[in-house]
Design a protein around this ligand. Structure first.
Ligand code: MN
Ligand code: MN
Length: 298
């Protein structure tokens, strides 16, 4: 890997980890998740990175893709499993990290951290998707917990936040081997017993797909913003309210969705309502792998 590129991955990862450390100080029951999201956005910018996607703050049986709406009144509750998934980038080189907060001790959180650590330990050039899936599933099983079977890790590349192949969290036959310089995100989602997610109706996160003719001026401007300023990375609807009026945002998004200029990310929920904990790190594959989203004193 090019030295300059490596430095950008490391900087994005370091900022991600620093943001985590800062927000851990304010996490407590009663905190509005909208305030938390705004704090994350501010910290990322202040530290000199950009968000690679809107912070996901997904509670209990919500697995992912929940980011607060502009008027979201949700507060962290006592005993809630709050998954906080943060994306940062420097010139497109991404750090992707998630952890779970709970006001009470949670064996699901402990298990998710342990599973992730075990998986990170086997990373080296030549490791396969199959080997990673086996370690994740077996480590979960050894702790009497399960995984979400249809959520996966992934690779990262410049401005590509979910690259192939999918890194399954269960045993599988995928023989794809990672090589030196690959950047991967491992993210086990842990539940009491194996579970799975489905799309729910809510959408607050979108991404540029392609240029399409649309009538509304604001729709054209939002598409341009999504393409040029967000570089086709996911963005939050609430970010648009800084530049456009609420009524125009709704109309513009409806038009852009109709012509499939934007992709949407529906909130993902466990089908039986099982609570979930998630842990994630970004790792550069090499003989001595680098976990970019971890601070040296973590
Ligand atoms: Mn993530
Ligand atoms: Mn990820």
């Amino acid at each position: 890997m090019d030295k300059e590129v490596l430095e950008k991955y490391r900087k994005a990862g370091r900022i991600n980890a620093e943001v985590r450390k800062e927000i851990q100080k304010i996490l407590k029951p009663g905190l509005k998740i909208l305030d938390l999201a705004n704090r994350v956005d501010d910290l990322i910018e202040k530290k000199g990175a950009r968000p690679a996607f809107p912070v996901n703050i997904s509670i209990n049986d919500v697995a992912a893709h929940y980011t607060p709406a502009v008027n979201d009144a949700t507060k962290i509750g006592e005993g809630d499993l709050v998954k906080i998934d943060i994306g940062t980038h420097i010139d497109g080189y991404i750090g992707d990290m998630a952890f779970t907060y709970c006001s009470q001790p949670s064996h699901l959180i402990t298990a998710s951290e342990k599973v992730l650590e075990k998986a990170i330990k086997i990373i080296k050039p030549g490791v396969s998707v199959s080997e990673i899936g086996t370690v994740i599933e077996e480590t979960a099983k050894a702790q009497d917990v399960g995984v979400i079977v249809n959520l996966t890790g992934h690779t990262l590349d410049k401005f590509v936040f979910h690259g192939p192949p999918s890194i399954l969290n269960i045993k599988n036959d995928i023989q794809h081997k990672f090589k030196e310089g690959d950047v991967i995100a491992l993210e086990p989602f842990i539940t009491e017993s194996n579970g799975q997610i489905k799309n729910s109706g809510t959408v607050e996160i979108y991404r540029y797909m392609m240029d399409r003719p649309v009538r509304l001026t604001e729709a054209r401007n939002i598409l341009k913003l999504a393409r040029d300023e967000y570089h086709s990375l996911p963005f939050a609807k609430r970010w648009l309210y800084k530049k456009f009026s609420p009524i125009k945002v709704s109309l513009a998004i409806r038009q852009l969705r109709m012509v499939e200029a934007l992709e949407e990310y529906p909130v993902l929920k466990e089908i039986e309502g099982k609570p979930i904990a998630q842990s994630e790190h970004t790792i550069i594959v090499q003989d001595k792998p680098i976990v970019t989203t971890r601070l040296s004193d973590d």
